[in-house]
Design a protein around this ligand. Structure first.
Ligand code: ZN
Ligand code: MN
Length: 477
């Protein structure tokens, strides 16, 4: 029997506002625990929330990017639950009147583009972070009250890979819209995933399980692979899938049951009496729509058109907004977009991958890369030396012009000086010279290498090859 998988996601995204959702505390990742707190985000009785309007703007902008309908009237509600990360015993969220409804995200998977329908986007507050030690648990309220946007999809994904590609596409949109840092290590994006399987031919979806709080995209992929297989095995052996919340244990590589799933009525949602409804005018929404940033697809077309780089390169660059920003900054300064793109596609991506660094924090600046390109274009540097300098700039930063001057790295392209080195190499290697003249063309390569060595890598290799060819053909030494 074959089975079909259905996957839906609830993606929680921390918005990049300066202050929290309902108080004036700073949003600060990595600060000492409980240093950015106040009566509101600590949940003291009687403390009054006040809405952060910027969070509304960012949520609406996300909705506009994916073609949602924007509600000009929405409101906040209380979702009741009891847990140490939320001492007021309710989370302020949006229940029946979310800011955005519908919309689509197109994910580019291995087997073609896939459209995932979005059900809704609502705004809520993040909760405190629990840390479990050997003898006790700690609660850090710096995270409590950070603006959190929840994006809920329809169960349109039909494989774990679909979910993975959807998340990549969503992250790209969030970065282009400038709504979130999208830093997974800082927990900016966390996913709850629903998964069900059903026998092929059956219309109705199977019973779903939910996996909560997955904080890496690879984790989502692996957890869904395990969970969908587990459910198929249950059905294959005649069992029934229980509706429940399961936990993904990344170290063990398996999911296990946590608790049976609550229904909405268990949360006893009711309108938040301390906050006014959110009322937006059509004019405001239109103005935000008009100010939307360029989408990745449009940017790709523009990069090909304006910079003359290949479609493929443009696709790789725009996949990460920061990478494309870097490219455009360097290309403008270097006046040679193709060369900048080549550096980005080869050395830059290779070193970023090897060192797991972020383009936003690498020491090599766009200006430094532009200088390097100019030095190569002016034939002051040969490509080998340029590569070495690139690696050094990548690791520690610096100014290529100064490095070339200080170290005397400028390429030697003086015919007289190189000619003398060629003569010396030929004199020292009569064997290869005779080989070449006897028809072994490959021997010339060896001789070029010898001349480069003598110049300590600074000779212009094209000029070396040319002079060597002349001299070898000439017959004399
Ligand atoms: Zn606060
Ligand atoms: Mn939520």
């Amino acid at each position: 029997m074959n089975y079909r998988i259905s996957i839906g996601l609830e993606v929680h995204v921390q918005l990049q506002t300066r202050s929290k959702m309902f108080c004036g505390c700073a949003v600060a990742f990595g600060a000492a625990p409980n240093t950015h707190v106040c009566p509101v985000c600590l949940g003291y009785p009687g403390a009054m929330p006040a809405m952060n309007r910027e969070a509304v703007v960012l949520t609406v902008r996300t909705g506009l990017m994916i073609g949602s309908t924007i509600s000009t009237y929405s409101k906040f509600d209380r979702k009741s639950y009891f847990y140490p990360d939320m001492p007021k015993n309710y989370q302020i969220t949006q229940y029946d009147r979310p800011l955005c409804e519908n919309g689509t995200v197109v994910a580019d998977g291995g087997d073609g583009a896939k459209t995932v329908r979005i059900r809704r986007i609502h705004l809520e507050e993040d909760v405190a972070k629990n840390t479990h030690f050997a003898q006790a648990s700690g609660v850090d309220f710096n995270r409590a009250g950070v603006p959190l946007m929840e994006i809920v999809t329809q169960p349109d994904m039909t494989s774990p890979e679909d979910a993975f590609h959807f998340l990549l596409a969503l992250k790209q949109i969030l970065q282009y819209a400038d709504v979130s840092g999208c830093n997974l290590e800082e927990g900016n994006i966390r996913c709850d995933v629903n998964c069900s399987v059903r026998p092929e031919g059956q219309e109705e979806l199977g019973t779903k399980t939910e996996l909560k709080n997955l904080n890496t995209f690879k984790g989502v992929l692996h957890a869904l692979k395990y969970e969908s297989e587990r459910q198929m095995e249950v059905l294959r052996t005649g069992g029934r899938v229980a509706q429940e919340t399961r936990r993904w244990d990344a170290d063990a590589g398996e999911t296990y049951s946590m608790r049976s799933k609550e229904d909405a009525h268990d949360y006893r949602y009711f309108p938040e009496p301390d906050l006014m409804p959110v009322v937006l005018t059509e004019g405001e929404v239109d103005a935000w729509r008009a100010a939307l940033p360029e989408m990745p697809g449009d940017r790709r077309t523009r990069l090909v058109r304006d910079h003359g780089i290949p479609e493929y390169d443009a696709g790789v660059l725009v996949a990460d907004k920061a990478l494309a920003d870097y490219f455009e900054a360097a290309a403008k300064l270097a006046q040679n977009a193709k060369a900048v793109s080549n550096w980005m596609m080869t050395e830059m991506l290779r070193l970023l991958g090897e060192t797991e660094r972020d383009i936003r924090t690498v020491p090599i600046t766009p200006a430094a890369l532009a200088s390097l390109v100019k030095l190569v274009d002016a034939r002051t540097l040969n490509s080998n030396t340029a590569k070495e300098i690139f690696a050094e700039l990548f690791a520690t930063g610096g100014d290529p012009d100064a490095m070339v001057k200080q170290r005397g790295l400028a390429q030697v392209s003086d015919r007289g000086a190189i000619g003398a080195l060629v003569d010396a190499a030929m004199a020292e290697n009569p064997g290869p010279v005779a080989d070449f003249r006897g028809g072994k063309v490959a021997a010339a390569k060896f001789l070029v290498g010898q001349v480069m060595k003598k110049s300590k890598g600074k000779a212009d290799p094209q000029l070396v090859a040319k002079l060597l060819e002349e001299k070898l053909a000439g017959g004399g030494m």
